[in-house]
Design a protein around this ligand. Structure first.
Ligand code: MG
Ligand code: ZN
Length: 306
């Protein structure tokens, strides 16, 4: 018997644990809202405004009073189809929405240079988001996009469905609780891919971005757009809300990049997976804003960052 006792149960457990540790990746995640965060307008209202002003329906007016935005937009898309507004015109309109200054550069920098995992959680829809991301060469920067699924049917009418149905979270609309989506994503990444996030950034502007940041940990960052509803709500109710995450207030993608690169918590490079390069931008000594400035200087035609 004694000859078979080369490994005690404790030693086996330690070996298993160290094997798990080796396989586990520690990364950083940035989750983005879409409307008024990445793009400078609301995709739904921009497309709704393609309707001739005299076209209204009792149903639209009734639905706008209700909670469910996807039902409202489904009616808007039905009217657009009735008015023969084409798929091509809708796609053109989406492509023409400008970015919030600096966000194309920010997204590319986080995904390609700093090797963050990026996701979008948005109450827009999959057709609008895919169209805009493709037009700006950003589609491959995101590991997942959570939104209301949509498609043009054979007759050219845009059909949209709710992302999910929920009634547990009173902070969120029935068709999308962004907090639940973010939590599920983080848990799934751990269970399925052994990816753990040392820091999670959540970047948004609106009231529906409050729920996810209230679920963040103390090592995470709630990034709220200056002057918009999310920032106002968080500041007004600061003591009541018990936000654990560190709050970053941003004005543009350039400004947010500067703030992120200056965070002392991020000076240590991430533990990289296979083929990843070390974090080269975060370890410079006091030259961090210069990196962002350089990045913004080649950002192409954008509006002024102010
Ligand atoms: Mg928004
Ligand atoms: Zn929620």
């Amino acid at each position: 018997m004694s000859s078979n006792q080369e490994q005690s149960p404790a030693a086996v457990a330690a070996a298993v644990a160290s094997c798990r540790l080796r396989k586990q990746q520690r990364r950083r995640l940035a989750a983005f809202d879409f409307d008024h965060t990445i793009v400078s307008q609301n995709t739904d209202t921009v497309v709704r405004d393609l309707l001739p002003t005299e076209v209204t329906s009792a149903k639209v007016n009734e639905l706008v009073e209700n909670d469910c935005w996807t039902e409202y937009m489904a009616e808007v898309f039905r009217l657009l189809h009735e008015q023969q507004v084409s798929e091509a015109r809708i796609r053109d309109t989406i492509r023409g929405i400008p970015e919030v200054p600096g966000f194309v550069r920010l997204i590319k920098h986080l995904a390609k240079r700093l090797h963050y995992d990026l996701i979008i959680i948005s109450d827009s829809n999959s057709v609008f988001i895919d169209e805009w991301l493709r037009a700006h060469n950003l589609a491959d920067c995101f590991v997942a996009i959570f939104t209301n699924p949509a498609e043009f049917d054979a007759s050219g009418r845009l059909m949209v469905r709710a992302h999910h149905q929920q009634s547990d979270c009173k902070l969120s609309a029935s068709n999308l609780c962004k907090g639940r989506v973010l939590e599920h994503f983080v848990i799934e990444q751990d269970l399925r891919r052994s990816i753990r996030y040392d820091h999670v950034f959540y970047v948004g502007d609106g009231n529906n971005d409050i729920c996810p940041v209230l679920r963040q940990r103390a090592c995470d960052f709630a990034c709220a757009r200056k002057g918009f509803a999310m920032e106002k709500h968080l500041l007004r109710n600061r003591s009541k809300l018990k936000l654990r995450a560190q709050l970053l207030i941003w004005k543009s993608g350039f400004d947010l990049m500067d703030q992120m690169l200056a965070l002392p918590q991020l000076k240590t490079p991430q533990v990289q997976g296979d083929g990843d390069q070390p974090d080269q931008d975060a370890d410079t000594d006091g030259k961090v804003p210069e990196v962002a400035r350089r990045a913004s200087a080649v950002a192409g035609p954008t509006k002024s960052p102010n």
